[in-house]
Unconditional design. Sequence first.
Length: 348
Amino acid sequence: MKKRSLTNTYLSTLCLEMHMLLDAGMTIHHGAQVMLDDEPDRDAKEVLQALQRGLDAGQPLSGALRDSQYFPDYMVSMVEIGERTGRLTDTLYALSQHYERQERLKTAVRSATLYPAILLGMMVVVVMILIVQVLPIFNDVFGRMGAQMSPLAETLMNFGAWFRGASVVIAAVAFGIFFLLFLAWAIPAVRNGLAKWFRNKWGARGIFGRIHAFQFVSSLSLGMSSGLMTEDAVRLAASLNKDSQALQAKYDKCLEMVNAGESLADALKASKLLSARDGRLLSLGDQSGKADSTMVEIARRSDTSVQDEIARVVGRIEPTLVITTSVIIGIILLSVMLPLIGIMTSLG
C-alpha cells in the first residue's frame, strides 16, 4: 500500500477515529494502538503499524505520519499546524470533513463523466448496427420490388458499406487511441501533465471553475479551523490549485487584498471565489467572532451546491442523448419505411 493508494474515504475515517479517541481523553500513542489492535484489514494494519513505529519512537503525530510515507503532505502539514496551535483535535475533525467532501466530489465527477459516456457508446453502437446491418436488408427488399431506397437511406447505406470495409483500420486506430489513453492514465507523469494542462485550460471556467472554487473554500475552512492566520490559510488553500494561471490570478488577488487589510469576505467576493450571498454570511460571521465556524458552514453549502450542479448537468445530458438517439433512429427508419409504405399502397 503506497501513499497514493490511500483513498479519501480511508483518510476521512482515520482522521475521524483519531479525533474521537483524542476527544475521549486518550493520548495519540494509546489511541493509535487501540486502532491497530482492532484493525482487521491487512493493508490498513500495515499503515497503522508504520504510524505506530513513529509514535513508539517518541515522535509527534505529524512526524509519525510523515515518516510512515503513506500519508499526503497536505494532511501532514495540517496536523503539524494543529499541534503547533494546540487545536489538534479540531484539526483532525476538520480533516475528516475535508476528505469526506473531496470523496463526494470525486464520486460525483466520476458519475457525471462515466454514465453519459456509456449512453453515448450505446447510441453509436445502435446507429451503426442499423446502418451496417439493417439498411442492406431493406435495400435487397427494394431491389426485389424493382424500386430504390430514398437518397438519404442510400447515403447512409453507402457509409455503412465503407465503414464495414474499413473496419479493420478503424478498429486498429481505435485500439491505438485506447492504448495511448491507457498509457496516459497508467503513467503518473503523463497523467499529471494532462491534468495540469486541462486545469490550466478550463479550470476556471463554468462548472470546473466552481468545483475548484469549492476545493479552495474547503481547504480554507480547514486551515482556519486549525488555527491558522487568515493570510496563511489563504496561501495554503491556494497552493492546492496552483496549476491554473486563471485560478492563480484569483488567489493572488484575494491574498493581495487580505494583506492590504481588506476583510476576507470582501477579498473572496472581489476575486470571485465566493458568491455575494456566502460573502455576506462570512462577513456576519467575522463580525460576530465566528469566522472559522462560518467558513466551515460555507464549505458545506458549497459542497451541496456543486453536487446539485453536477446532478443538473447529468440530468440534462441523459435526456439529450436519449432524444438525439431516438431522432436519429427515427430518421433512419422513416427513410426506408415511408418509400416502402408508398410501394405497398400502390400495389394494394
